[in-house]
Design a protein around this ligand. Structure first.
Ligand code: N0T
Length: 527
C-alpha cells in the first residue's frame, strides 16, 4: 500500500520454547500453546497412508500430530533429496487445521540405523558400527564417526532448508532429531577411536556442570564413566545436527528417551545406554545446548512410575513434554497430571488406522471406546488450550490421575495454596460411601487458578471437594458460586448454569460427561 511499510506487515514469529521463573511455554504464533498431540505409527510416513491417519486425528480432536520423516526416504540415493512426502504432509495438515512435529529418523531410531539409507547402513567401512566390550561389531552406528555425523547433518539441514522455504506459516512447531537414541546391549562404544576419547580428558562443559576437577572419564566419573561418556558422545552428536538445523530455521528441538526404570538403577546394558534417560539429563544439558528439552516416552502403565517420570523430567531447566505414551485406556487419564504440572504437550503413540498396535506397550486394539477416552480430554481442552497454556506458564495449574496403588486409597490431594482440593475416585455422587476406584482407572482432574479464590476445574470420573488449607484459621469455607459452562471457539467463557444444592453440597462430581466449572470459593468466620 505504501512504500516503506515492510515493518508493518504481519510477522509470523517462529515457534520458540521460553522459560521464565523455572516454568516453560511453547510459543506458537506468539502465544503459549498446549500440544494436544498424537503420534502416528512408524511406517505411516508415506502419502498413501495419510487417508488412514486423518480420521483418527479428527476423532481425537488433536491439535498437533507427530510424524516421522526418514533419512532413507529423503535421501535414498546419496546427494539426491526428495521432500515430496513432507510437502504432502504440510498441505494435508493445514487442511486438517493441525500443527506438526517432525521426527527425524536417521542415525538412531530406537537406537538402530534401520531408517538410514542403504548406502549408510550397509557400509560399515565408511559409517562404522560400534564395537562392544568383547571387541565384536555392535548393531548401532558409532557416535564417534565424523563421516556419519556429516552425512546425517547434511540431510537434516536439507530438511530444515526445505521447511524454511515450504513452511513460512510454521505448520511445523517442533522437530525431534533422531528417535530414542542410545544403545541396547553395550554401555558404550569400545572401538579404538572411542577408547582413545574415553582415556582422554572430560570436556570442560561437563566438569563445570557437575562441579568436577579435570581428569579422564574413569577418574572423574568412576562407576558412571562408561554411560556418561556414551551419553555425552551421543548428545554431542545430536547437538551438532540440531545446531546446524537451527541455523537454518530456529524452531524448538527435543530428544525423546526410551526410559530406564523409574526407581532404582538398572545395569546400563539393560536399557538404551547413552540415550536421555533420567539420570543423564544433566549430561545432555551440558553436551547439547541446542536441544531445548529432553522428553520421556512413557509406556509404564502404573501410576507410581508414571508420576515419577513426570517429576524427573519436569524441571526448572527442562520443560515437561510427553511425546509418546501408550494408547491403551488407562493412559488417557495421565493427560491431567501432565497439563497440571505445566507440561507443554502430551501425545499417545500409534494414533492412526493402519492396523498396527504395539501392545503390551499400548492398546491391544484401538477401538472406538479407547479412542474416545483420549478424545474426550482434547474435545474439552481444545477451546481453552491457549487459556490453559497461559495459566500453566504462570504456574497456576494442578492435575491428578486416578491412582492404582492401594496405599493411595483412591484419593489424590492438590495443595492450591490457600485451599486444598481432594479428588476421589469411584464413589457415588452423594459421596457418603468410601471411594473404591472406577471400574477401570479413567479418573482425571485438572485445576487452574483463574482469579482470587477462583478456579477452573475440569475432568472426568472424579469427585472433588475443596477445603481451606489452614484448618486452624477459625473460618469455614463455602462455595460462593459455581458456574458450569464451556469455552467457545474464541476461547471465551460461556455460562450455562449455576450448580448448587445436591450438585455441590456433598462435593463436585465429574462423570463421563464433559464438564468445565468455574468455582468461586469464599469463607466466613466461625465453624
Ligand atoms: C517407541 C515406540 C515406537 C519389551 C514403540 C518404545 C517409537 C519408539 N519405542 O512402539 O517404536 O518410534 O520411540 C520402546 C520401548 C521398549 C520396551 C521393550 C519392552
Amino acid at each position: 500500500l505504501l512504500a516503506g511499510t515492510a515493518s508493518a506487515q504481519p510477522t509470523n514469529p517462529v515457534p520458540a520454547l521460553v522459560t521464565r521463573d523455572g516454568r516453560h511455554a511453547l510459543m506458537v504464533d506468539g502465544a503459549p500453546w498446549l500440544m494436544l498431540g498424537a503420534q502416528v505409527n512408524n511406517s505411516s510416513n508415506y502419502p498413501a497412508m495419510l487417508p488412514q491417519v486423518w480420521p483418527t486425528i479428527r476423532a481425537m480432536h488433536a491439535n498437533t500430530v507427530e510424524v516421522p520423516i526418514a533419512w532413507e526416504q529423503v535421501e535414498r540415493k546419496e546427494g539426491q533429496f526428495d521432500f515430496s512426502f513432507l510437502d504432502q504432509l504440510l498441505a494435508e495438515a493445514r487442511q486438517n487445521n493441525v500443527r506438526l512435529v517432525i521426527l527425524w529418523f536417521a542415525t538412531w531410531k530406537n537406537t538402530s540405523p534401520n531408517y538410514a539409507p542403504s548406502w549408510v547402513k550397509l557400509d560399515n567401512k565408511r559409517f562404522p558400527r560400534m564395537t562392544n566390550a568383547k571387541g565384536e561389531t555392535h548393531y548401532a552406528l558409532s557416535p564417534h564417526s565424523h563421516a556419519t555425523l556429516e552425512a546425517d547433518k547434511r540431510a537434516f539441514v536439507k530438511l530444515m532448508e526445505h521447511l524454511k522455504a515450504a513452511d513460512p506459516q510454521n505448520t511445523v512447531i517442533m522437530v525431534q532429531p533422531e528417535n530414542e537414541a542410545g544403545t541396547y546391549g553395550s554401555v558404550r562404544d569400545f572401538s579404538p577411536v572411542a577408547q582413545k576419547a574415553f582415556d582422554g580428558p572430560v570436556p570442560q562443559a561437563l566438569l563445570t556442570r557437575f562441579g568436577k576437577r579435570p581428569g579422564n572419564w574413569k577418574t572423574v566419573f568412576g562407576a558412571d564413566a562408561d554411560e556418561y561418556f556414551h551419553a555425552w558422545s551421543v548428545a554431542h552428536y545430536i547437538d551438532e545436527i540440531a545446531a546446524a538445523g537451527k541455523a537454518v530455521k530456529p524452531i524448538p528441538m527435543y530428544v525423546n528417551a526410551a526410559l530406564a526404570a523409574a526407581f532404582g538403577r538398572q545395569l546400563a546394558n539393560s536399557y538404551a545406554s547413552g540415550g536421555p534417560v533420567h539420570h543423564v539429563i544433566d549430561v545432555y544439558k551440558a553436551a547439547a545446548p541446542s536441544i531445548d528439552l529432553v522428553a520421556p516416552d512413557i509406556y509404564a502403565r502404573d501410576h507410581g512410575p508414571y508420576l515419577e517420570y513426570l517429576r524427573l523430567y519436569g524441571r526448572p531447566d527442562n520443560a515437561l513434554m510427553v511425546p509418546e505414551t501408550g494408547n491403551a485406556a488407562e493412559f488417557a487419564r495421565y493427560f491431567y497430571p501432565v497439563v497440571g504440572k505445566g507440561g507443554i504437550g502430551f501425545a499417545p503413540f500409534g494414533m492412526d488406522d493402519t492396523g498396527y498396535y504395539n501392545f503390551p506397550l499400548g492398546a491391544r486394539t484401538l477401538d472406538a471406546a479407547t479412542l474416545d477416552l483420549f478424545a474426550r480430554n482434547y474435545r474439552m481442552f481444545a477451546p481453552m488450550m491457549r487459556h490453559w497454556a497461559r495459566l500453566a506458564f504462570a504456574g497456576k495449574t494442578w492435575g491428578v490421575a486416578e491412582p492404582t496403588d492401594p496405599k493411595a486409597e483412591h484419593r489424590q490431594v492438590m495443595e492450591l495454596g490457600k485451599y486444598r482440593a481432594t479428588a476421589t475416585f469411584g464413589q457415588y455422587q452423594f459421596g457418603v460411601d468410601k471411594p473404591t476406584g472406577n471400574p477401570q482407572p479413567t479418573g482425571g482432574l485438572a485445576i487452574a487458578e483463574i482469579g482470587p479464590d477462583e478456579y477452573l476445574v475440569a475432568g472426568f470420573d472424579t469427585r472433588v471437594t475443596f477445603a481451606l488449607a489452614d484448618t486452624k484459621s477459625g473460618r469455614s469455607m463455602l462455595y460462593d458460586r459455581i458456574e458450569e459452562g464451556h469455552y467457545d471457539a474464541q476461547g471465551d467463557w460461556v455460562f450455562d448454569r449455576v450448580l448448587n444444592g445436591d450438585q455441590t453440597d456433598y462435593g463436585l462430581n465429574f462423570t463421563g460427561r464433559p464438564q468445565v466449572l468455574h468455582v468461586k470459593l469464599g469463607s466466613y468466620k466461625g465453624n
